[in-house]
Design a protein around this ligand. Structure first.
Ligand SMILES: Nc1ncnc2c1ncn2[C@@H]1O[C@H](COP(=O)(O)OP(=O)(O)O)[C@@H](O)[C@H]1O
Ligand SMILES: [Mg+2]
Length: 246
């Protein structure tokens, strides 16, 4: 992305930010509270339209595209499980993610009932496969609201995987997750990366950032302050001054 900007009133949340994420990497995005990290992710995912700048993904300019077109290109962000879905089962939540992704229209139910049924079957099969991968298969029939914090994060990732993304954005994937589940969630992310997916994640847990990311980008006051391998970034004097030391 190049010179991406977004202001809220007088606040320059993202200020001519330029950065790149290497394909098939696990790239961490760190920075103090209010640095603009979540805003940047929401811009990339199409939730906010940037005031300026360009964002490119696999040769396509995506800034200004609606979120579901961006998902269709293979770029997905994980979202908190919406309130209205918490009384549905884990499996239903994952299946519904596919419908949201494909932008299914009600009209199809009238004009293409057979096609919809066929899709439904395939989605359920795929959802089952994903739940095995994320180790939620034994909870498939439980209501989403009964899951622990860590299991909810796994469900968010499961929903994101339904669109078969090449790039996944994760905003604080292990916040509030116990150490054991953090370990298995990051193991899964490493495994998915080995299969060719790219992960770009905002994280405050320095263990995760230092041990699981290939590269780290430091954001400060809406801009990229530094980037490099974790060990290099950790010892960068400007980073220590603006963030780690603070
Ligand atoms: N929807 C919004 N409306 C107004 N201000 C916002 C909004 N979202 C974020 N901000 C402001 O933009 C700045 C960056 O916020 P954010 O992107 O959430 O930072 P981070 O995720 O790095 O903590 C903050 O000053 C925040 O208060
Ligand atoms: Mg944030």
């Amino acid at each position: 992305m190049n010179a991406v900007e977004k202001a809220f009133g007088g606040i320059r949340a993202v200020d001519r930010c330029s950065l790149d994420v290497a394909p098939k990497s696990i790239t961490g995005l760190i920075g103090p509270n209010g640095a603009g990290k979540s805003t940047l992710f929401n811009i990339i995912a199409g939730l906010y339209r940037p005031d300026g700048g360009e964002i490119w993904f696999n040769g396509t300019q995506i800034d200004g595209l609606p979120p579901y077109d961006i998902v269709g290109l293979g770029l997905t962000k994980t979202w908190q499980i919406p309130h209205e879905l918490r009384n549905l089962t884990v499996l239903e939540n994952v299946v519904l993610a596919a419908k949201g992704n494909s932008g299914e229209h009600l009209l199809n139910l009238f004009f293409r009932p057979r096609a919809v049924k066929q899709d439904e079957k395939q989605w359920r099969l795929r959802a089952r496969e994903i739940l095995k991968l994320t180790q939620l298969d034994n909870l498939a029939n439980e209501h989403a609201r009964t899951l622990s914090g860590g299991q909810k994060k796994l469900l968010e990732l499961s929903r994101a995987l339904m669109s078969d993304p090449t790039l996944v954005l994760l905003d604080e994937p292990v916040a509030g997750v116990n150490p054991a589940l953090t370990g298995s969630l990051m193991d899964l992310i490493e495994r998915l990366r080995r299969e060719g997916r790219t992960f770009f994640l905002i994280e405050h847990d320095m263990n995760v950032v230092m041990n699981r990311c290939d590269r780290v980008i430091v954001m400060h006051q809406g801009r990229k302050l530094a980037e490099g391998p974790p060990a290099t970034v950790k010892t960068d004097p400007t980073v220590i001054e603006s963030y780690l030391g603070g």
